[in-house]
Design a protein. Structure first.
Length: 257
């Protein structure tokens, strides 16, 4: 049985990951800050034949992370897969951002991830097997105006995951990154003048020359399901010989070779 921990499962990409993995037959342990959102995600997985458990957790709280993993391992079963989606976004120029704003982003996006992969990875290492996928960002590989804290936190998280994959390869454990571009989530819409107006996507798709931002060659922003499908693939045995890789799901926006 595949038992998968989905961290940040309350909305957006995390919810799409949970529903997609449930359809693929995973038994899920869902983690988020908000119990109401967790309940909504759990309801969305009802077509699955596997039971789903929910756990309210702040990834910044190291002791709580380790306690939650211990509880899940004892009540649900050994975690065989981890999908880490939790993250926050804060925009602002580097010179005008406070150190507190940088720390807030890094506390969730980097140190929160570190807490989770250490807690789960140590259990996987003992069993000599498992698969980890971390949601990064295409901003980890391409500089973006006003994304100093976010982009650098995702770049640090990406390298952390790659080194983790190198260290755990000898135990048969894989670690990969899925790096989305603009995706239709609450986080993406929070950057729009009117979050409810779908026409704002046009500016993202077309790009913005004054801020040196390339548009999206495929002509649309991603759906959460686009990203979730990539995560499901990398967690599966179909990707059994893939590790330490970043899979960009951005419609070609980064123009990566």
């Amino acid at each position: 049985m595949t038992i998968t921990l989905v961290v940040g499962a309350g909305s957006g990409i995390g919810r799409a990951v949970a529903t997609g993995l449930a359809t693929a037959g995973h038994r899920l342990a869902l983690v988020d800050l908000d119990q109401n959102r967790l309940d909504e995600t759990s309801d969305a997985t009802k077509t699955s034949q596997q039971p789903v458990t929910t756990h309210v957790l702040d990834v910044r709280d190291r002791d709580s992370v380790f306690s939650a993993v211990t509880e899940i391992e004892s009540t649900v079963g050994p975690i065989t897969s981890l999908a880490h989606v939790a993250g926050i976004l804060d925009t602002g120029s580097i010179l005008d951002s406070s150190i507190e704003e940088f720390r807030e982003v890094f506390d969730v996006n980097f140190f929160g991830l570190l807490n989770v992969v250490q807690a789960v990875g140590r259990e996987m290492r003992q069993r000599r097997g498992g698969s980890i996928v971390v949601v990064g960002s295409n901003s980890a590989g391409v500089p973006r105006m006003s994304m100093g804290a976010y982009g650098s936190s995702k770049a640090a998280s990406t390298m952390l995951t790659r080194i983790l994959g190198l260290e755990l390869a000898q135990y048969g454990i894989r670690a990969n990154i899925v790096a989305p571009g603009s995706t239709d989530t609450d986080m993406q819409r929070s950057m729009w003048d009117d979050p409810s107006d779908d026409n704002n996507a046009r500016g993202v798709i077309d790009g913005d020359l004054p801020t040196y931002k390339v548009g999206i060659p495929l002509g649309r922003i991603a759906s959460p399901e686009d990203v979730a499908d990539a995560i499901e693939f990398l967690l599966s045995t179909r990707a059994r010989h893939i590790t330490m890789q970043s899979l960009y799901v951005d419609g070609g926006a980064t123009l990566r070779a």
